[in-house]
Design a protein around this ligand. Structure first.
Ligand code: FES
Ligand code: FES
Length: 188
């Protein structure tokens, strides 16, 4: 059976509805993001081991409240996300303010070359929005899918510990910029 270009479909990317047309069904979410100019999401191993390509898949309850699931975009095919909502590292900051996960990484010097940093930030972001993190003890589980070759893990663990000790971020605390964009595009 020959594989042809996928039909047109919609993805919500960082709060903006995007129409995807004419892509190969073999294209990964990571390749599409980077070809779309969102190069904050990195390719490391390209086989689901290093976490450099981590993004968040968003699910919403009946009230529109989001839950976030960190996924490896290098091993996810783009058409799997038809009609779904994705947040990348570019979508985390809200006007003039970084996400607390980004702020914690900066405060604790959790980055050197920076190649792994967007992936760590996305895993921290997921953890910050989970209700069952259980504080610092959950760090190993939350970050076990992310590898760093140069910073060393202590600084990153310190950032995670500070972040996960704080109260869980509710969907309504510091509503991110992409939430506002999504509401605007839904109302249009
Ligand atoms: Fe390494 Fe995706 S690039 S897990
Ligand atoms: Fe260089 Fe992590 S900061 S690989």
């Amino acid at each position: 059976m020959s594989i042809t270009s996928a039909q047109s479909f919609e993805i919500i990317l960082n709060g903006i509805r995007r129409q995807v047309r004419g892509v190969s069904p073999r294209m990964s979410l990571l390749d599409w993001l980077r070809e779309s100019g969102l190069t904050g999401t990195k390719e490391g191993c390209a086989e689901g081991d290093c976490g450099a390509c981590t993004v968040s898949l968003v699910d919403r309850d009946a009230h529109g409240r989001p839950t976030y699931r960190a996924i490896n975009s290098c091993i996810a095919l783009l058409p799997m996300f038809a009609g779904r909502e994705i947040v990348t590292v570019e979508g985390l900051a809200r006007d003039g303010a970084l996400h607390p996960a980004q702020e914690a990484m900066i405060r604790h010097y959790g980055s050197q070359c920076g190649y792994c940093t967007p992936g760590f930030v996305m895993s921290l972001h997921e953890g910050a929005h989970r209700e069952n993190m259980g504080g610092c003890s959950a760090i190993a589980d939350q970050l076990c899918g992310n590898l760093c070759r140069c910073t060393g893990y202590r600084a990153i663990r310190d950032a995670a510990c500070e972040l996960f000790k704080a109260p869980v971020l509710s969907a309504n605390v510091g509503v991110p910029r992409y939430e506002a964009k999504l509401r605007a595009s839904s109302a249009a």
